[in-house]
Structure formats: C-alpha cells, structure tokens
Design a protein. Structure first.
Lengths: 342, 155
C-alpha cells in the first residue's frame, strides 16, 4: 500500500482503483483459502470414509470367501451324501430282494438235496440189480443216476447264479459293460421280485408273463445296472397291480408282462402292468429324485430317477412311460444297439 | 428252459394225459392211487417219478402233474375228479396253491379229494389259512419223502 502511496506516476484516481483491485484480490484469496481449507477437510473426511469402505469391502470379500468355502464343503458333503444314497438305494432294493433271493436259493437247494437222496437210493438199487444180474435194469438205473447228476449240477448252478447276482447288485464300484443276455436277466429279476413280494405279503398274488424276443442278441450293457432298473420297474409294476387288487374289483386279474424286442438299431424292453395307471400330475414328477407316492418309509423316491440316469447317461438310451389311468402303465427301456450284424 | 412256471406249455411232460390203466400183479387187481402234484417247478416231476419209482412200477401209485393252479383245475375237470390226493405247492404265479385249495374244497365234494399243501414257507400264517380252507395236511419243503410215503400209505 505504501509503495502505491509513494508512487509518483499514479494520480489519486488511479491509486484508488489499484487499492480497490488489491482489496478485491485480497478478498478473493481469503475466499479461496477458506475453500481450500474446506476442501482439505472434505478430502480428509473422504479419506476416512474411503478407508472405512475399503475395510468394509475387505470384510465382505472375506465373508464371500467364507461362504464360498462353506458352499464348496456343502457341495462335497452333498456329493458324498449322494454316493451314500445311491448305495442306500441299492441296499434297500437288495433288502426288498432278500425274501425273493431266499426263495430262489432255497428251491434249487431243495432239488440238489432231493436228487442227491434219490441217487443214493438208486445206487443201492443198482447194486441189488447187479447181484440179480438184470443188466437191462442196471442200464436203466445208471441212466437215471446220470440224469439226476445233471439236475443236481443245474440246480447248483442256479443257486450259484443267484448269489453271484446278489453280490454284483450290492457292489458300489461302477461296473464294466459286457455282452449280456437281456432275456435271462429280465427273467431272473422277475422271479426275484415276484418271490420277494410274495414272501413279504402273503395276500399278494399276481400273474406274470414273459414275451421274449428269442432273436435278441447279447447287448453290451452293465448287467448289474440294467438289473437294478429292471428290478425297480418290475417291483413298481407288481406294486401297482397289488394296489389295484386292494380295491377288490370284480374279475380283476393282476398281470405284469415283460417283453423284449429287437429293432433295427436298438432293443426295447417293456415292463407293463394292468394297475391303476399314473395320474397326469404325477406322471411329470416320477423321474424326479425323491419323488414317491409310497407311504413314508416304503420308498426312497430314488428308484426311477436312478433308473433314468442309468439308461440315459449310462447307456445312451431312453426310458419312456406310457400310462392310462385305470388301465395300466408301461415302461419302455430303449437301448441303442449298433447293427454290426452280430 | 421254461422255468417260468406260469401256465407252462408243457411238451414232454403233458399233465393232461389220461390216467394209466390198472395193473395186474400176482393175479390180483391193483387199482393205482391217483395223485395230482401241482408245482410250478418243472423238475418236481422227475423227482416224484424217481422217488416213487417202485410204487409206480408196481402200479400202486399213478402220478399226474400240473404246473399251475389253473392247469390243476383244468385237469380235474377233464378227468372227472379222479385224483384222490392232491399235493400242491402254495407259492405259484397266478392262482396260488391256497386259491386252488379253496376252489377244490368248494367245488369238488363227491367225495372231496385229500389235499396236502407243500410250501417252502412253513410260516403260521400260511398254515392257518391252509387249515381254514380245509387242507388235510401241511408239508414244508424240502419234502421228506419217507414221511410223505407214510402219509400216503395211511390214506
């Protein structure tokens, strides 16, 4: 200010203007410094806020990580549970089989015992006839003994086959595909299922029929898996006719029919019952895991969903259902069979 | 091969063959006892035929075989209820042995044939039902043929 006062080159008016400008600049500086101060404050606050946000985000990231780990663990547990469930389902169906198996083993064993006893008798007779010198009779008896030996072996193998099948059925490891006689497999499981149900429920009875295509070639499948599917479908079919039988309708004859058919590049196995059929609302759900119409404790609800997986994923085939309420249900297994002219 | 046991289309073992005639032994006329065996197991036939070979040869017993309850009823109808003894399995597909027993005891009564039930399940439930339906005896598998022979001899 003093410098301006002492300036000789400026007149009073000019000095005045300069003073005014200076004052304005002063004010401006003051305002700016205030603003700067405020901005600093805002900056500091924002910094704090930012830090807090970063901390929060870190916390959140940790949480996400934790829940991810938890989910991963749950998934692993679920997978383990699924494996156990599959095993439990196998075991449950094995349990259902027990009575059938007992019957199916008991019968051949009875024959083994009975024919062995007959042979013991025949050998005594044979000795007598040798003493008597009746060569004709000796020959006849010897032939009978030979026939009986064949029967003993046949029934021994029959029991053997059942036990082997039972062990294969309960195995947890995945099995290999091998050329399989589908007709024989279907016949075996039909019997096991029938006798199992008969033994469990004395009032149950149903007729069954097989319509096997004798020209069916051996099909490359996992026999235990297809066996489980068949067992499941057959058990369901018998269950369906038994339920209808309980309604005590006049002239109702429960019947389950197993049919096999060779088509051009695939084979079909059909399990048909004349039960009550599946209501439309239920039909859509039957292949869903854990869906069951059976009373609690009677079905795992996994049979059909696992059957579906075995046929579609395991064998590249298809599992179809045809049903009509009041008339019956037919499940059709389709397994592709490349026509190699086997 | 046809082990299925349901309505078996028997070929070599036709159960509907007429009864064999009577036999003459030692100048004496022996009328064979007619026994119908009902079981869905095909091998029951050779088993019975061998266990009773002496009796069959001597003409004391004449066996017929049916592989289902339905076949057994058909047989009884075709043969004027000639069987005096029926040995029936209980556990058969289609008509069970108990159904058959009930039908026989209801419909054939001049005179009613003796019906013995043979079953793999020697449980009281089956036993009681069989007895209620009028079974004359109840035998558990495996069949004790010595015992069975004694039972037949006292008929």
């Amino acid at each position: 200010m003093n410098i301006i006062q002492q300036e000789k080159n400026l007149d009073a008016e000019q000095k005045d203007a300069v003073f005014k400008l200076l004052k304005a600049a002063d004010k401006e500086i003051e305002i700016l410094s205030f603003k700067l101060d405020r901005t600093e404050k805002v900056k500091r606050t924002t910094g704090i806020l930012l830090e807090e946000t970063i901390e929060e985000l870190e916390q959140k990231r940790k949480n996400v990580e934790e829940s991810h780990d938890a989910l991963k663990k749950s998934l692993e547990e679920l997978k383990a549970a699924q494996v156990q469930l599959i095993h439990a389902e196998k075991m449950a169906s094995l349990g259902e089989l027990t009575a059938g198996i007992a019957h199916e083993i008991q019968n051949p064993l009875n024959f083994v015992k009975n024919f062995a006893e007959v042979n013991a008798e025949l050998i005594e007779e044979l000795k007598e006839e040798i003493e008597n010198g009746d060569l004709e009779e000796v020959k006849a008896i010897a032939n009978d003994i030979a026939d009986n030996e064949t029967k003993i072996i046949h029934h021994g193998l029959r029991a053997d086959g059942i036990v082997k099948g039972m062990l294969q059925h309960s195995r947890t490891v995945s099995n290999e595909k091998e050329p399989t006689d589908i007709n024989a497999l279907a016949d075996e499981y039909l019997r096991l299922s029938y006798h199992g149900l008969r033994a469990k429920d004395k009032s149950f009875n149903a007729d069954f029929k097989t319509e096997f295509d004798e020209s069916l070639p051996k099909i490359n499948v996992v026999p235990q898996d297809i066996g489980r599917v068949l067992l499941n479908l057959i058990n369901n079919a018998f269950y369906a006719v038994a339920e209808k039988q309980k309604l005590q309708q006049e002239n109702y004859k429960p019947l389950v029919v197993i049919r096999t058919k060779k088509l051009k590049d695939k084979i079909e196995i059909s399990v048909k019952d004349n039960g009550n059929g599946i209501p439309t609302g239920v039909k859509e759900k039957i292949f869903q895991p854990f869906f069951t119409t059976k009373p609690t404790g009677e079905g795992t609800g996994l049979g059909l969903s696992m059957s579906y997986d075995i046929i579609t994923k395991g064998h590249g085939g298809d599992l179809k259902v045809k049903t009509e309420e009041g008339i019956g249900t037919e499940f059709i297994i389709v397994i592709p069979q490349p026509s190699t002219g086997s | 091969m046809d082990d299925s046991g349901y309505g078996s289309k028997s070929d070599d073992s036709n159960p509907r063959q007429p009864w064999l005639g009577c036999c003459i032994e030692n100048e004496k006329l022996i009328i064979p006892m007619k026994i119908l065996v009902v079981d869905d197991e095909q091998d029951i036939q050779p088993l019975f035929q061998q266990r009773f070979r002496k009796e069959i040869r001597k003409g004391e017993i004449d066996f017929a075989f049916a592989h289902s309850g339905e076949e057994a009823l058909q047989f009884l109808e075709n043969n004027n209820q000639e069987a005096v003894l029926i040995l029936s399995d209980i556990n058969m597909p289609g008509m069970s042995g108990l159904d058959l027993l009930g039908k026989i005891k209801k419909e054939y009564n001049a005179p009613p044939p003796v019906v013995m039930m043979i079953t793999a399940y020697g449980d009281t439930e089956n036993y009681n039902t069989a007895m209620e339906l009028g079974a004359d005896d109840f035998i558990t598998k495996p069949v004790d043929f010595k015992e069975l022979k004694e039972k037949i001899n006292t008929l």
